[in-house]
Design a protein around this ligand. Structure first.
Ligand code: ADP
Ligand code: ASP
Ligand code: MG
Length: 408
């Protein structure tokens, strides 16, 4: 007998028929002789709608109350899933994150899991029940409701799998696994059989939101091997685990796209110690997350500094950057949206050179202008115009070919 954690995402539980389908799958897993804990998301669109609703009553909703509101999405699904299982003749008990013993810090809307006390889960399993846990939520030690950031049900599943030492952790979603690129962008993207934690983490952080990045970080830290697979068929999915030697032979594991970025350039910044620090202290003080930063070579004692951020942050930047620009005696700044990040990821880059050259050549041949570049040991990212990013992804994907190698 195995102990299995399964997670079903929003589309998988998107309507009553789909909830019954999920209930059937869960019950079949139990009837084949396993103990099962299922984590479910809110029905698709529900979390987005709740956020919209909140913004209709308040311009900047209080985060404690936002968590109170968002946590209701998953509570609807746990109850409906448990009812559907009963209807099919099974025994299931639904638990909120708090009831399941998921304790978090008190950073509302993006809380971190601090501790898991899964005793209630063990007792319910021992009594023969299927346990259905609400994804994406927990409680603070003071009993306040918290949520774990968008896509947070992935984290709930992986953290529970670690805490109860599950034999298997399966993430069921609306695609057959992790693909070499988002199949909505590149139609002939291919399913990856096995991917390392580091590659999955980079891809997730660079826009491949098939998994929440924080959940992958957690899986790596606690060694939780998991499978991403489809709710709608029986195909094997993608195994996410520690890197193996054979994984390094493939140079590129995947291509990622992150839209809705913005680029801010501060012009003619005096080239002296302390200016960058002053700028980015101000950016941090207004809680804006900065991504790629580029400082040009200095000419005649001044330099330009550019950085990217999410397009949603533009109003804040426009409102609060000006005083600092004046204080450091820079000439001014420009801020524009409509850009995106295109990245290639692969641990094979550690041992193969020429990946950047190839990627840049592919983009050059198509006349796609690269505005910024950033790299790490296992990824190369370029900032380009958003309206050319899908085309860029398709070309780069095709350019590295079916084997994702350099010599196509
Ligand atoms: P769920 O609701 O099950 O959590 P998500 O919408 O969060 O599902 O994630 C699944 C989606 O991720 C897919 O429909 C797909 O469009 C998108 N996606 C982005 N990049 C990739 C990728 N590299 N491989 C597979 N899916 C991807
Ligand atoms: N319902 C939450 C969201 O839409 C959590 C999740 O689906 O993983 O972000
Ligand atoms: Mg998701």
């Amino acid at each position: 007998m195995s102990l299995i954690v399964q997670k079903y995402g929003g589309t998988s539980v998107g309507n009553p028929d789909r909830i019954r389908n999920v209930a059937r799958r869960i019950l079949e897993t139990q009837r084949s002789g396993n103990d099962i804990v299922a984590v479910v998301s809110a029905m698709s669109g529900v979390t987005d709608n709740l956020i919209k609703l909140a913004r209709q009553v308040a311009t900047s909703p209080v985060e404690r109350e936002l968590d109170m509101l968002l946590a209701t999405g998953e509570q609807v699904t746990i109850a409906l899933t448990a009812m559907a299982i009963h209807d099919l003749g099974g025994h299931a008990v639904s638990l909120t994150g708090a009831q399941a013993g998921i304790l978090t810090d008190s950073v509302h809307t993006r809380a971190k899991i601090a501790q898991l006390l899964p005793k209630p889960i063990h007792s319910l399993l021992a009594a023969g029940n299927i346990v259905i846990v609400a994804g994406f939520q927990g409680k603070t030690s003071e009993g306040q409701v918290t949520t774990l950031g968008r896509g947070g049900s992935d984290l709930t599943a992986i953290a529970l799998a670690a805490a109860i030492q599950a034999d298997l952790c399966q993430i069921f979603t609306d695609v057959d696994g992790v693909y070499t690129c988002d199949p909505r962008i590149v139609k002939n993207a291919r399913k990856i059989a096995e991917i390392s934690y580091d590659e999955m983490l980079e891809m997730a952080s660079l826009g491949s939101k098939v998994m929440q990045a924080r959940s992958v970080e957690f899986a790596k830290k606690f060694g939780v091997v998991f499978e991403v697979r489809s709710t709608f068929n029986e195909e094997r999915g993608t195994l996410v685990k520690e890197a193996t030697d054979s994984m390094e032979k493939v140079v590129i594991r995947g291509v990622s796209v992150d839209r809705n970025q913005a680029k801010v350039t501060i012009t003619q910044v005096p080239d002296k110690p302390g200016t960058a620090s002053r700028i980015f202290n101000q950016i941090a003080a207004i809680n804006v997350n900065v991504d790629t930063i580029v400082q040009n070579v200095s000419e005649a004692g001044t330099t330009d500094i550019s950085f990217t951020t999410h397009a949603d942050e533009l109003p804040k930047i426009e409102k609060y950057l000006d005083p600092v620009v004046q204080e450091i005696e820079a000439k001014g700044f420009t801020a524009k949206g409509g850009i995106a990040k295109l990245s290639v990821v692969g641990i094979g880059m550690r041992s193969h050179s020429g990946v950047a050259a190839k990627m840049f050549e592919i983009l050059a041949l198509a006349g796609i202008n690269i505005q910024m570049i950033s790299t790490s040991e296992i990824k190369i990212s370029v900032i380009i115009d958003e309206n050319r990013v899908d085309e860029g992804a398709k070309l780069v994907h095709a350019g590295f070919g079916p084997q994702m190698n350099l010599d196509q």
